[in-house]
Structure formats: structure tokens, C-alpha cells
Design a protein around this ligand. Structure first.
Ligand code: ADP
Ligand code: ZN
Length: 213
């Protein structure tokens, strides 16, 4: 399947994407994970993205489109992909449309995961992330077995730099201003599936129903 996952930070895009990869071998492509990897590795891309990310602002559309053009042409994408955190702006959505047309590919749908703001805030302040493999934990509902150590890869599990209260509030504002308009964009394209749900399983069920699986 070829899906876009839309939703505020903390809506559960990453969790849903990971569950979907187990269904049919589609790959999860998270621009946030790619960028965090680049920052950790100290690459040129990482240096260009670091300051915006730390503040909870968006990285430039040009930088993101450069990453995604390359990524979507890799072999593992032939099995399908779940775009998590991309597109994030109308220009990115338009550029993606042109790119997919050029590649002769079509999206199955764009899923909006709609979660109330209070739930989002609670999740983001209690969220912890493995810096090595990107696995997501929650100090209240899903802590790693050993505090600070990833169950999967043994890497360090920490609170992200952009998960301070100030950066979180900025990320939510940025989402409302720049990313929320994508819901209308994909509605116009006839691709929108909007799911009001706080459980990932409910989101997965809605997607399966929509795709007739
Ligand atoms: P979230 O958990 O807030 O959805 P992500 O892991 O998707 O966060 O992204 C973290 C940060 O990486 C964003 O706040 C932004 O700075 C940058 N970023 C990720 N994807 C994009 C994108 N498509 N366009 C611009 N910036 C992005
Ligand atoms: Zn890990």
C-alpha cells in the first residue's frame, strides 16, 4: 500500500506506520527519523536541519524534497510505503504529486489521524524515543523494560530535544498553520480518510476497511 499519514505530533503516525509495515511489507518512511539520523551522524544534511528541528520549526521544503526524491526511488519502495511526517506543507504535497506522476505511481489514500489536543499534549510530554532505532516508548503506558535502554536494540532511550514544553507548543502551532491545510488538499484529491481515534488498532481497522483488506 502507498499511504500518507497525517496528524499532529503525537497523533500516533509512527506507531500506526510500524503496525502497517507488518501487514504487507510496505516500508515506513519517516522524514523525522531520517533527519534525526543525519543530525546524530553529523552529516551536512544534519547540520542544515538541526537548528530548525530543535526549535520545533520545519526544515526547508527544498531540503525535504531532495531527501524524498532520492528515498522514493529506492528498491524497497516497490513493495509500498507509509509516509510518516511527509508531506508537511502544501508546497511539499504539490511537489510530491508531481514526483509521483513522473514515477507513474498513485497513492491509495491520505489518512488523517485526528486526536484531541489534551491527549496529544499528555503523550508528547511522556514520550521517549530510542536515538538508535527510533522505537517509541511512553514513561506511563509503555516504558522500556530497563529504564533508558531500548528493548529492541539496546540503544539509549531519551526525551527528544524538541520535546520540551516550549518546543512542543511551537510544533503544535506549526502543525495547525502549515500541515493542517493538507487535510483539505487531500480531500480535494479524493484521497482523504479521516479517523477520529485514540487507539492505533482503530486506525488500522479503518484503513483496512477503506482499502478493502
Ligand atoms: P513529530 O513527532 O512532531 O511528528 P517528526 O519526527 O515527524 O515529528 O519531525 C521532527 C522534526 O523534523 C520536525 O519538527 C521538523 O523540524 C522536521 N521535519 C520532519 N519532517 C519534515 C517535513 N516533511 N518538512 C519539514 N520539516 C520536517
Ligand atoms: Zn532502539
Amino acid at each position: 500500500m502507498k499511504l500518507i499519514l497525517l496528524g499532529a505530533p503525537g497523533a500516533g503516525k509512527g506507531t500506526v506506520a510500524k503496525l502497517l509495515t507488518k501487514m504487507d511489507g510496505s516500508v515506513q518512511i519517516s522524514t523525522g527519523d531520517i533527519l534525526r539520523g543525519a543530525v546524530a551522524a553529523g552529516t551536512e544534511l544534519g547540520k542544515q536541519a538541526e537548528a530548525a528541528m530543535k526549535a520545533g520549526d520545519l526544515v526547508s521544503d527544498d531540503l525535504i524534497m531532495g531527501i524524498m526524491e532520492e528515498r522514493l526511488q529506492q528498491d524497497d519502495c516497490k513493495a509500498g510505503y507509509l509516509l510518516d511526517g511527509f508531506p508537511r506543507t502544501i508546497p511539499q504535497a504539490e511537489a510530491l504529486k508531481v514526483l509521483l506522476d513522473k514515477m507513474g505511481e498513485k497513492l491509495d489514500c491520505a489518512v488523517e489521524i485526528d486526536v484531541p489536543r489534551d491527549v496529544i499534549l499528555d503523550r508528547l510530554t511522556t514520550r521517549r524515543t530510542c536515538t538508535q532505532c527510533g522505537e517509541i516508548y511512553n514513561v506511563k503506558s509503555n516504558p522500556p523494560k530497563v529504564e533508558g535502554v531500548c528493548d529492541k536494540c539496546g540503544g539509549p532511550v531519551v526525551q527528544r530535544d524538541d520535546e520540551t514544553e516550549e518546543a512542543i507548543s511551537n510544533r503544535l502551532n506549526v502543525y495547525n498553520e502549515q500541515t493542517a491545510p493538507l487535510v483539505g488538499f487531500y480531500k480535494n484529491e479524493g484521497l482523504l480518510l479521516s479517523v477520529k481515534a485514540t487507539s492505533s488498532d482503530a486506525v488500522i481497522d479503518a484503513i483496512k476497511e477503506k482499502l478493502g483488506q
